[in-house]
Write a protein that binds this ligand. Structure first.
Ligand code: AMO
Length: 447
């Protein structure tokens, strides 16, 4: 027999005849006269059949090997990894893929312990403990194929538009955002800090003459909260571009990237997403609605919700309310909230000419949750120093950063976007834990 191992999803296209497949045992139905195994690999599942041979004579050599297969199937533990050879038969009556493999041989390559530690109804935390088993689920597998497609589409956009990819250091001598949420690590005879964002170094690429840059990399936040949206380590999608007139240019780039990513996901996985998540991915139309924050707060107030904070920010409920408004009014899942108050934005955000109380910045809200922050940066060094001082920062600690602005820097801006948040909201998942390969939170460092 000439057999080649094939992915299960490709069996449908093969002619009837000898095949070999490998995968994990999903179910075994061990009946008196016949045994059925459902085996799953990373591409799909298929049914294997073995005519049970318990009545054969073990003395006879040919019978003994058939008998051995029957016995090993009876003993198969759920989740074991097996390789089988057999004869492929197309049969419309078989619910699973309209095909079946009649077994010739079966090898248990990786035996599983008899008790599987998690079940479909296990808690999220328990599933996280056994993440490699949890990820075998076709739905989870699809999430990470969607992630791959999404990132690839962004990359294609960046490359087609002459962006340069950068990899900035994650060990830093100072904080990259505020001093809150900062991880400190021992660094020989001094201290280092884990990068909260590539902010300073993606900006550095502008006086370096790179023009347009991007990075997809880890960011760290010592955030003790246990919300569904926060991790202590997350993948940050960052881009930064020179020669802009305002944050409007950054928003244009941002929405084009989102459209590129969502189009690719819909095209490649739309049907599977419909089947497994029961939802349609909507490729958003451009331009996305843009609403200045002050106006958004008024709209939310008119809907009967007073944003409780005194500091001019939008709270999570306010974000949900404004998203509901945008969905009703514009039929859109995205909204840029613009012009956040200077009091709540970092020192490096540029402020409006004529009204220093608001910044040229935005948050991008998707299905009611913030997925991104972007802004035009302040590139005039004297203004930048003033704004840093106003925020209680010591300009001396920021000298390396301030130098970027002393030797000819173009006007520039950019954004940072949490990859897991995009996926969570795209797939209507309830937590970024579901869409993060290995989640890190205040009480989770394993596996
Ligand atoms: P910001 O702090 O708003 O902005 O972060 C940008 C985006 O990163 C994601 N994010 C997180 N995701 C998971 N867990 C967290 N703890 C977490 N914190 C942030 C969110 C958020 O919208 N330097 C600026 C960006 C810029 O201006 O370019 C920054 O980091 O999706």
């Amino acid at each position: 027999l000439v057999t080649t191992r094939v992915l299960i999803k490709n069996l449908a296209d093969l002619p009837e005849g000898p095949v070999s497949v490998s995968g994990w045992v999903e179910t075994v139905r061990d009946q008196k006269k016949v045994q059925f195994i459902v085996v799953r690999d990373e591409s799909g599942a298929a049914q294997l059949v073995n005519p049970a041979t318990r009545e054969l004579n073990p003395e006879d050599e040919a019978s003994a090997s058939k008998l051995a297969i029957t016995e090993s199937i009876s003993a198969l533990a759920h989740g074991s990894f097996i390789t089988v050879t057999g004869t492929l038969k197309h049969d419309e009556r078989v619910k699973l893929g309209g095909l079946e493999i009649k077994l010739e041989s079966l090898e248990v390559v990786g035996e599983a312990l008899p008790e599987t530690p998690i079940a479909a109804d296990s808690s999220l935390d328990k599933r996280m403990d056994w993440r490699f088993l949890d990820l075998r689920n076709p739905k989870q597998n699809l999430i990470f194929r969607i992630q791959t497609t999404f990132e690839h589409a962004l990359r294609t956009y960046w490359i087609d538009n002459d962006f340069i990819e950068i990899h900035t250091p994650k060990l830093m001598a100072s904080a990259s955002e505020s001093r809150a949420e900062l991880f400190e690590v021992d660094y020989f005879d001094t201290k280092a800090y884990l990068a909260q964002s590539p902010q300073f170094f993606k900006q550095m690429a502008q006086p370096a003459g790179f023009g347009k840059v991007f990075e997809v990399g880890p960011a760290f936040r010592a955030d003790p909260s246990f919300t569904s949206r926060h991790a202590t380590e997350f993948t940050s999608i960052d881009s930064e571009v020179s020669w802009i007139d305002s944050h409007e240019d950054v928003m244009k780039l941002h929405e084009d990237l989102i459209v590129a990513g969502f189009s690719a996901v819909k095209e490649k996985h739309g049907e599977e997403i419909k089947a497994l998540f029961d939802l349609d991915v909507v490729v958003p139309s451009t331009p996305f609605p843009r609403i200045p924050l002050a106006e958004a707060k008024q709209i939310v107030a008119d809907r009967g919700y007073e944003v409780p904070r005194a500091d001019d920010d939008m709270d999570p409920e306010g974000e949900r309310q404004i998203a509901a408004y945008v969905a009703e009014k514009f039929g859109h899942e995205f909204v840029f909230l613009t012009d956040y108050a200077s009091s709540i934005r970092p020192f490096y955000h540029m402020r409006h000419e004529g009204d220093g109380s608001i910044t040229k910045s935005y948050d991008l809200i998707f299905n009611g949750v913030e997925i991104s922050t972007g802004a035009q940066r302040e590139h005039r060094v004297d203004v930048l120093i003033e704004q840093a001082k106003e925020k209680g920062l010591d300009p001396e600690e920021l000298e390396f950063y301030l130098d970027f602005f002393r030797y000819g820097v173009p006007p520039h801006g950019g954004f940072g976007m949490g990859l897991a948040r995009v996926l969570m909201l795209m797939l209507h998942e309830t937590s970024i834990r579901e869409v993060t390969y290995l989640f890190r939170g205040p009480t989770r460092l394993l596996p």
